[in-house]
Design a protein around this ligand. Structure first.
Ligand SMILES: [Zn+2]
Length: 198
């Protein structure tokens, strides 16, 4: 599907969504040139109806929005862009133009899982994750055990930086273990959701 710019006098709405949190950040309009510039530069660029010219979001504030993916809707008259905002999106200083808080970074876990899956399916010599898969399930499970012990040790101390490091290690190795077993995080969520119902 391509965009049919003629359908609406050369302009189509573009919805910008945070690639990690899924929060809708803003909506603007793009003409063919704006879309081409967005694709080429990797920075979201609109056609500004008030300025009457192309407008790269962040060109004055520095709060650019880096493009992660671009999709067109089913009938070719709107654009969905997933992006990473470098700062608050709205000129008011709010995170989004809908005055919402965009603080959730948990969507990054899905991004991380995609990378982990890719390292399993397309291993490279440089990849630590691929080297874990190569060592097999026992080694991966053992690493989770080691990281669990390390976070326990840090929990008893009072060093936030070291604790966060171990917390990140545990979460990462836990995700690798799920992937090594061929299970999805969603299946773990199903268990939690089921328990929550009771
Ligand atoms: Zn705004």
């Amino acid at each position: 599907m391509k965009i049919d710019f003629k359908k609406m006098d050369g302009l189509v709405p573009a919805i910008i969504q945070d690639a990690f949190s899924g929060t809708v950040l803003m909506q603007g309009f793009m003409n063919e040139e704006a879309l081409a510039k967005t694709e080429k530069s990797g920075l979201v660029t609109f056609y500004s109806r008030s300025k009457n010219r192309l407008w790269t979001k962040g060109e004055t504030s520095g709060n650019f929005m880096e493009v992660v993916s671009i999709a067109f809707d089913c009938d070719g008259d709107s654009i969905l862009i997933k992006a990473n905002p470098r700062g608050p999106v709205c000129h008011t200083g709010a995170d989004t133009c809908f005055a919402e808080v965009n603080s959730s970074k948990t969507g990054f876990i899905d991004h991380l899982r995609t990378i982990i899956k890719d390292r399993k399916n397309n291993p490279t010599d440089q990849s630590y994750t691929a080297s874990l898969f190569a060592k097999g399930i026992n080694k991966v499970a053992q690493k989770v055990g080691e990281e669990a012990v390390e976070i326990v040790i840090e929990a008893k101390d009072d060093n936030k930086e070291l604790f966060m490091g171990e917390a990140a290690d545990l979460l990462y190795h836990y995700l690798v273990l799920l992937e090594a077993k061929g299970y999805e995080l969603d299946e773990v969520m199903d268990v939690l959701i089921e328990r929550h119902k009771k």
